[in-house]
Design a protein around this ligand. Structure first.
Ligand code: PGA
Length: 313
């Protein structure tokens, strides 16, 4: 293993986690041939095959599984070391890795502004993905903090409520039901419906309310992004259930239908795996987010104009 590099291990870890060279290449901004080459060299250093291809699927060999577990330990130890160094440097430098569900992307980047200005030395990475994606990242311990809507019981997670995330029925501004009061939920079955992708928390919450009332909607289109759904609604393709937060300056293009049992009440939580030690940077950002949320709720000010008190360095 003397010849193996950290970079090769990183490439291998991503390929093993995704079960795909292509997806590893996407994640690491590399080309697929580069990924194949790095893994080929690593395989040579190990002296045993790391992957085996069965049909179209890629599996880890026993040696691959062992190396995957070892990589996790190595990267965790490096992350711990980085955290120790960052803590020694205080808030002047460091890294903050955030992963947020798609609905939170309408608020979190705006809240990052004042934080970044005060701590310009901190590098921030923000990953936006759906509920399932957040869980995968959390299990793989890839980030410092997560914003998610539904915290699963099966995982040991520390979390705190952050802000409300109501789900409402979006329709085009000129929809015939716009302006009507107390629309029976059964009426949704008559409308062409646009649904989020499987793995989305919004989809799961919407589906569970519809199931509870025995309403079966006609799904005409399935889309993996809130913005794409909004464009489809504005284009007259149908209606959908989305987070109220996805409505920004484009509110004039949509109507929110007053349907019975809506809004679906959901909450965003700030979360991290229980027992994970937060760096000074992550802890400071955590407190900052809670403070920002309090100000949004209490003063009812738009996140755009939010001013929060930050600790000085
Ligand atoms: P998602 O996130 O629909 O992108 O998974 C929103 C949520 O879980 O509320």
């Amino acid at each position: 293993m003397n010849q193996a590099t950290l970079h090769q291990l990183k490439v291998f870890e991503a390929a093993a986690r995704h079960g795909s060279f292509t997806r590893a290449a996407e994640e690491l901004f590399l080309t697929q041939p580069t990924v194949s080459m790095q893994i080929k060299q690593l395989t040579k250093s190990v002296g045993l095959p790391l992957f085996e291809q069965v049909g179209k699927r890629l599996f880890l060999t026993e040696a691959g599984e062992e190396l995957f577990a070892t990589c996790r330990q190595i990267f965790e130890t490096i992350a711990q070391f980085e955290m120790t160094i960052a803590n020694l440097k205080g808030l002047k430098q460091g890294q903050l890795r955030l992963a947020v569900i798609t609905t939170a992307k309408y608020i979190i980047p705006r809240l990052l502004g004042p934080f970044c200005q005060l701590y310009p030395g901190i590098d921030i990475s923000l990953k936006v993905t759906n509920h399932e994606g957040i869980l995968d990242r959390m299990i793989a311990n890839m980030d410092d903090l997560y914003i998610m809507s539904q915290v699963p019981d099966r995982l040991d997670i520390s979390y705190e409520p952050f802000l409300e995330n109501p789900l409402v029925v979006f329709a085009p501004a000129n929809h015939p039901l716009a302006g009507e009061k107390n629309i029976p939920i059964e009426r949704l079955a008559d409308e062409p419906f646009i649904m989020r992708e499987p793995g989305s928390g919004t989809r799961r919450a919407a589906q569970s309310l519809l199931d509870e009332h025995d309403v079966s909607v006609k799904v005409k289109l399935e889309l993996g992004s809130n913005e794409a759904i909004k464009q489809a609604i504005a284009g007259g393709l149908g209606i959908s259930i989305l987070s109220r937060h996805t409505l920004l300056t484009d509110a004039h293009e949509f109507s929110i239908l007053d349907v019975q049992h809506f809004p679906i009440k959901r909450t965003w939580y700030i979360a991290h795996p229980a027992g994970k030690q937060l760096s000074i940077v992550a802890r400071t950002y955590y407190d900052y987010l809670l403070d920002a949320a309090k100000k949004i709720v209490e003063k009812e000010i738009a996140p755009l104009s939010i001013k929060v008190d930050l600790p000085s360095e």
